[in-house]
Design a binder for this molecule. Structure first.
Ligand code: AMP
Length: 417
């Protein structure tokens, strides 16, 4: 019996890794335009960091964390999300001194003990942003705008942007009471999981996928009707800025997000091309988080985008991502030509041109077959005649035509192919 990848994880094979690279490059290129710099944090953190920040009633903390004791007796957790580690590092290294606005991006695996299915994994990957130190709705708008531009850059078309505001402590407390009153008569009909949300965090009944819960909450009072003045003004300003940026969105009171640290703005982007698992990303404002882990009050906003989901949508929408191919496959027609082929490969690579050579002294026929499979547009053949005449035969693999060129102009010939 051989080994296989652990349940809920997946290998990213050479046939698909170029899609990942292309997505990561598009993300980095885009966010650099807005002045974001990369932060890399460890794969694991002290468990307490996540319990403290995600909230001890959140689904992630109660059910999904990969937590273990290390050999030194510390409780360690593989990171289930990227924000808490990023702000922990921000604080630890004093990145935001003198009240400056700090813009960070990350690309990271996340680990959650979930029920695996298509689009839901135990090791998933996210790219994300943290915009730390601004309370302006312009910050919320910047993060939402980058998110939308990112999906556009990936060629994704069917986007639905959902925004909501959860207000602050006062709103939460008032709204919590209202929700409890609303949901109480339905409790008997709800699944145990939803009922436990009622007890732990009633806000989360709103984003349950259970049909009974959806029906029960359809006419629930909306959090937006309970916002404090400042939150209401913030949300109105954000909406104005989104309009100004030409971003289409809908106000969606059911978007409450799974992690407890959000204040005021929350948002999600969904794909209209995926059925289940249509959530592409989630984000929002987290003005209390940094204070919660021992720092000064620092208004912040961020987003985390699922890499697998974005790739799934690209595929569902038929977005073509070209795989990188070598520029040439070099064929040695005789054993004597091999040294010359190696020398040619060296000069091509020095010129930044990717090429592949045969390593095993295979027959010319099998080298040409490999050349065809490699995806290279041309093969360059060197045999006895070419050696003697200091030439090479350049074969166009798409048209099966060939010509002889001087050895000295092969690099230029490959560059043009
Ligand atoms: P969250 O950190 O839960 O707000 O998730 C943000 C985004 O990450 C989601 O919208 C998904 O696209 C993606 N995501 C979260 N958890 C998983 C998972 N277990 N498997 C695949 N993608 C995930």
């Amino acid at each position: 019996m051989g080994y296989s990848a652990p349940r809920g994880t997946h290998d990213i094979l050479p046939t698909e890794s170029h899609r990942w690279r292309s997505l990561e490059r598009a993300f980095e290129d885009l966010v650099s335009l807005y002045g974001y710099a990369e932060i890399r944090t460890p794969a694991f953190e002290d468990t307490e960091l996540f319990v403290r920040t995600s909230g001890d009633t959140s689904e992630v903390v109660t059910k999904q964390m990969y937590t273990f004791e290390d050999k030194g007796g510390r409780s360690i957790t593989l990171k289930p999300e990227g924000t808490a580690p990023a702000v922990r590092a921000y604080l630890e290294h004093g990145l935001g001194q003198q009240g400056a606005v700090t813009r960070l991006w990350y690309a990271t695996p996340i680990f959650r003990y979930e029920r695996p299915q298509k689009g839901r994994y135990r090791q998933a990957h996210q790219v994300g942003l943290e915009l730390i130190g601004s309370e302006s709705p312009a910050a919320d708008c910047e993060v939402i705008e980058i998110t939308v531009r990112f999906y556009e850059a990936l060629g994704i078309r069917g986007l639905r942007v959902l925004v909501n505001s959860l207000g602050r402590e006062e709103t939460r407390a008032r709204y919590r009471a209202v929700l409890l009153d609303h949901a109480r008569p339905y409790l008997e009909t709800l699944e145990p999981d939803v009922r436990s949300r009622y007890e732990r965090n009633p806000l989360r009944i709103l984003d349950s996928k259970d049909p009974e819960a959806i029906a029960a909450m359809a006419d629930a009072p909306r959090v937006l009707d309970y916002l404090e003045e400042a939150s209401k003004a913030h949300f109105d300003a954000l909406r104005g800025l989104l309009d100004e940026a030409g971003i289409e969105y809908v106000v969606a009171p059911e978007v409450v997000r799974g992690l407890d640290y959000y204040t005021d703005t929350v948002f999600e982007v969904q794909s209209t091309s995926l059925g289940a698992q249509s959530a592409l990303c989630g984000g929002g404002r987290y003005d209390n988080l940094i204070h919660e882990i021992g720092g000064p009050r620092t208004p912040s906003v961020g987003v985390a985008m699922g890499v697998e989901r974005a790739l799934m949508v690209q595929e569902a929408e038929g977005v073509d991502v070209a795989a990188p191919t070598p520029r040439a496959f070099l064929v040695s027609a005789t054993p004597e030509a091999r040294a010359e082929v190696r020398a040619l490969a060296r000069s091509l690579r020095a010129a930044g041109l990717a090429c592949i050579i045969d390593l095993d002294g295979r027959s010319m026929k099998s080298q040409l077959k490999a050349a065809d499979r490699s995806g290279a547009p041309i093969a360059v053949l060197i045999g006895t005649d070419e050696l003697a005449a200091r030439t090479a035969t350049v074969r166009d693999l798409r048209t099966s035509t060939q010509k002889s060129v001087p050895r000295d102009s092969v690099v230029e010939e490959v560059r043009r192919a």
